[in-house]
Design a protein around this ligand. Structure first.
Ligand code: 4GX
Length: 252
């Protein structure tokens, strides 16, 4: 899978992927990254990428010409599934489902806006989709672009080790993860739950599942309403007095 990132801060984008899982995915050729410096597509002495808004008002707007040239330069011949994404608080909110959808593309061109945003005509003519990583305002689209690359890359087969299967993750099951414990057995007076030493794997799985449901109820009840439980999971929840639809204790 190919990613192109268009930015006025190419070194920051570079720095954001220099180590860890993403850089390993690059060196193992599971993904390819192409960082495009927007200033390479300006032709004035100051390499300007922004200008004052027509109609007046606060802030600056990114001019359409360098952006359009950068997108045309990033495009790859012979690639059918290519998507130009603009990172913006006005976009559809990114989540695991969107990550899974993007994984099916061959080439993502991520446009990192700054200032007040981009000229509307660039958006209309070149952008396939606007994505937001959440309801808060950042100083630029670089971190959102890195987040999207991260979330999509770890779904590509071979990127994660088998011990960290993407399939069993929180959001593919729509439940939060159970608590995790490792050594030491006693930390500042707190012990690890006894059941984890029982060697009874069915009991351990049941315990973890119940902890997941309880956590989800406490922290993200919105997720619980969309979780679907198997018949045996429903029976287990009922045995522990938990209503499978609300995660609440039924008191029975
Ligand atoms: N999720 N920002 C982009 C400038 C901008 C505005 C409009 C294009 C169109 C953000 C977010 C985010 C701040 C990045 C404004 N560029 N991006 N920037 N939240 O807050 O993605």
């Amino acid at each position: 899978m190919h990613f192109s990132i268009i930015s006025i801060f190419p070194s920051r984008v570079q720095a954001g992927m220099q180590e860890g899982v993403i850089s390993r995915a690059v060196s193992e050729k599971l993904i390819e990254l192409n960082i495009v410096n927007l200033r390479d597509f300006t032709f004035d002495r100051h390499r300007t990428t922004d200008d004052r808004p027509f109609g007046g008002g606060e802030g600056m707007v990114m001019t359409p010409e360098p952006l359009s040239l950068a997108v045309k330069d990033a495009r790859m011949s012979g690639v059918e599934r290519e998507r130009v994404i603009l990172l913006s608080p006005q976009g559809r909110v990114f989540n695991q489902q969107v990550a899974e959808e993007l994984r099916r593309e061959e080439h993502l061109i991520l446009v990192c806006g700054r200032y007040e945003g981009v000229d509307e005509r660039f958006r209309e003519k070149y952008v396939d989709e606007e994505l937001s990583i959440g309801d808060f305002i950042l100083t630029g689209g670089e971190l959102p672009a890195l987040m999207i690359i991260d979330a999509v890359t770890r779904l590509i087969p071979g990127v994660l080790g088998c011990s960290d299967s993407a399939l069993r993750d929180t959001f593919s099951r729509k439940l939060l993860k159970h608590p995790h414990y490792t050594r030491p057995r006693v930390f500042e007076g707190s012990e690890v739950p006894e059941v984890l030493f029982s060697g009874d794997h069915r009991k351990i799985e049941e315990h973890r599942f119940l902890e997941s449901v309880k956590r989800t109820m406490e922290r993200r009840p919105d997720l619980l309403r969309r979780a679907s439980f198997s018949v045996s999971e429903k029976k287990l929840l009922a045995r522990h007095g938990i209503d499978p639809d609300t995660g609440r204790e039924t008191g029975q």
